[in-house]
Design a protein around this ligand. Structure first.
Ligand code: NAP
Length: 676
């Protein structure tokens, strides 16, 4: 069988490296499954193509248009997933491992697509927070915004998640409007290449939005500029080399690093052997050791238990680990597959030997392993290895050395403070788990360890069944960690998109700011002329369109009627003396909800029309009490619009209710659904 030669996808074409081909071996059989090279790629040309072709094309699209592209890419990957699973097996991954990578990758695209459509505007500027009042008269305001960076996202991935690793970065970069150059780890580049092919073949990506380099990045770093972002996942040593590249330093290139991590798990002091939390902890440690043969940046490397439970925990872990069958990941019976390569396996063995200077191996054999499947050549297989270190304060390496395989060290702690201090000796990690049924213990852990961990997962009997597990980063939650973990952050929904954008503080008149951000700002011009804004369809409604109502006086009878009608007879509305004794009220006052209801009665235009439904209120504040005899009036102004589909869109209205003295009574955003 001829061995395929992987191709780079650069400057709009598939390009085979000119010589210098590197063999990539199957983790399972050791045979060459692909050859690759990036020799001959014009890296400056690749960057220029992204900057001058991909960037402008992406920046023309709104967040929603980009989000729809992500959805189509996710669909294409899902449709062709079986092709990817086949290749994934050669990386040593079982079907379950492959699921995390392939379907987890597509899921990340779907999720970011949906976040993009729900939480980002159908525009190219993202508003960050409310306008800031920075002048007495309100003629000069401040507003933070994000716009797409005019550079390239250079996405460098580790070998362990060739699909997910690419897509978690790509989804946020594309959504932000930044073109990407993907550089997978050579060892598993054939799977990334296949996934990129699927995405390119959809025809949905604008020209230049995605390029692929399968092999070395040559002199690419020498041509980076300050608008670029490098997002790197891999070892601490490579991260250090790349982030201290002279060009990265001199140009101020944004660098996001996700690297090694000595993630910890703590069995709470309340979780004795007879509790569900003890069993959950044992299951999770074993799962984290064996999923993806432990080649997960988030895997539990250090497991801490109360000193008195060391023997019980060791026995329970060993009992479970002994049931793990190892072998050809294509076989259903194989619970754990291979490490990615014989070299990686050798490295893991060496790291275990280092750890074994401070800890005892209590399960597993690093010299030999029993594997199932005729195809499986033993070189890249290793059994799960559990170490036990009874003196975690005397030890150093167990907190520093990451054996990137099915390896974990069990350690005792004296009390909760000791457990927290030990967990923090990892000096920064991606995730920590705590198994406790006690919320106070969990809070103490978060206070003591939050600063050291990018994610903390608390697992107990109530949530275990639905828990996504210690080791699974989710698109909606941030992934990354301080210190040793690289100090980077990715994903977290829209948070992850912002890493590829620039935040700018705008200052100017309300009118100009409103025009820039396409959202009416208080103080900007309004149009209070006919017709009533509720008579205008979504497409006809201009921002700033306003209605200013006539006043309405609120009587004591109104307040009493409302109180008895709704059942809200709270004393502040009903009892003059008690209301007066309250520090906020001069006497009996109108209900806040009465004010809202009367406000609606004042501004609503009742006949059927383009306004289809009231969708809710945001940022509601009651500012001045309304006493019987006071009168209120309302100003309602179209603030922003978001198309939902071909039939209707969401209109956000700025509402200000004032009293007869012009004092603010209530302020809120009203949301309506309006016909297109
Ligand atoms: P690695 O050797 O550091 O490689 C990572 C990536 O960097 C690969 O794509 C590699 O490409 C590339 N690279 C290496 N030298 C480079 C250079 N001079 N210029 C540009 N790119 C270069 O790491 P790995 O062995 O693939 O991955 C294992 C490590 O990654 C573990 O330590 C693990 O903890 C960490 N990891 C962290 C996370 C996280 O999210 N924090 C996730 C997964 C893995 P080549 O393969 O072509 O050399």
């Amino acid at each position: 069988m001829t061995v395929p030669i992987l191709k780079n996808y650069v400057q709009g074409k598939w390009f085979e490296g000119r010589g210098g081909l590197v063999d990539i071996a199957s983790a399972v059989t050791g045979e060459t499954v692909a050859k690759t090279s990036s020799a001959g790629v014009d890296f400056k040309g690749v960057l220029d193509y992204a900057r001058h072709v991909g960037g402008p094309a992406l920046r023309k699209l709104t967040f929603h248009e980009r989000a729809y592209i992500l959805k189509d890419l996710a669909k294409a990957i899902t449709d062709k997933k079986e092709d990817l699973y086949k290749l994934s097996t050669e990386t040593g991954a079982t079907r379950k491992d492959g699921w995390i990578d392939i379907e987890g990758g597509a899921g990340t695209l779907y999720s970011m697509s949906s976040k993009g459509r729900r939480e980002l505007p159908d525009d190219v500027i993202l508003i960050d927070g409310a306008p800031e009042t920075i002048s007495r008269e309100g003629t000069f305001v401040g507003q933070h915004v994000y716009t797409s960076r005019h550079g390239v996202a250079v996405l460098i991935d580790a070998f362990n998640f060739p699909v997910w690793g690419m897509l978690e970065k790509l989804s946020t970069a594309l959504l932000a409007g930044m073109p990407a150059i993907v550089k997978p780890a050579t060892q598993t580049a054939y799977l990334t290449e296949a996934a990129v092919r699927i995405m390119i073949e959809t025809g949905r990506l604008p020209e230049g939005a995605l390029q692929l380099v399968v092999g070395s990045v040559g002199d690419l770093f020498d041509h980076l500029i300050g608008q670029d972002v490098v997002s790197f996942t891999g070892s601490a040593s490579t991260a250090l080399k790349l982030k201290s590249h002279p060009r990265v330093l001199s140009e101020g290139v944004r660098f996001i690093a996700e690297q090694d991590s000595l993630n910890a798990s703590i069995l709470g002091p309340d979780a004795g052997p007879d509790t569900p939390e003890f069993d959950l902890f044992i299951k999770e440690v074993v799962r984290e050791m064996t999923v993806k043969a432990g080649q997960k940046c988030t895997a539990i490397r250090r497991a801490f238990v109360p000193a008195a439970l060391m023997d019980a925990a060791e026995a329970a872990l060993k009992a479970r680990l002994s049931k793990i069958t190892i072998g050809d990941p294509a076989l259903e019976d194989a619970r754990m597959g291979a490490l990615v390569s014989a070299a990686q396996c050798k490295d893991v063995r060496e790291k275990i030997r280092e750890l074994a200077g401070e800890a005892r191996i209590v399960h597993g054999d690093i010299e030999d392993v029993e594997v199932i499947g005729a195809r499986a050549k033993k070189d890249a297989f290793i059994s799960p290895v559990l170490l036990r270190c009874d003196d975690p304060w005397g030890a150093k390496k167990v907190h520093e050395v990451e054996a990137f395989g099915p390896v974990s060290t069990l350690m005792p702690y004296r009390d909760l403070d000791d457990a927290i201090a030990l967990a923090d000796r990892g000096e920064g990690s991606l995730v920590m788990s705590v198994f406790t049924y006690d919320g106070d213990i969990a809070r103490q852990v978060v206070l003591g360890a939050g600063a050291f961990h990018g994610r903390i997962i608390v697992i107990n009997r109530d949530c275990a069944k639905e828990s996504t597990g210690h080791g699974s980063p989710l698109p909606v939650l941030v992934h990354g960690g301080p210190g040793r973990a690289g100090g980077g952050e990715e994903l977290g929904g829209v948070r992850g998109v912002k890493h590829y954008m620039q935040r700018t503080a705008l200052q100017g008149s309300p009118d100009v700011i409103s025009k820039i951000v396409r959202s009416w700002t208080r103080g900007a011009k309004t149009d209070a002329g006919a017709p009533h804004p509720f008579r205008l369809k979504f497409g006809e409604l201009e921002l700033g369109k306003t209605i200013e109502t006539a006043p309405r006086t609120i009587t004591l009878e109104d307040i009493e009627h409302f109180a008895h009608f709704t059942g809200d007879t709270f004393y502040a509305h009903m009892d003059e003396a008690a209301a007066k004794a309250n520090p906020f009220f001069p006497g009996r006052v109108a209900h806040g909800y009465l004010i809202l209801s009367f406000a609606a009665g004042l501004f609503v235009d009742p006949a059927p029309g383009p306004v289809l439904a009231n969708y809710g209120l945001d940022d509601l504040r009651f500012l001045t009490p309304v006493s019987p005899g006071d009168s209120i009036k309302v100003r309602l102004t179209a603030k922003s619009k978001k198309k939902r589909n071909d039939d209707y869109g969401e209109v956000r209205w700025d509402v200000s209710v004032t009293n007869q003295k012009g004092e603010p009574v209530a302020s809120y955003d009203l949301l309506t659904m309006n016909a297109i």
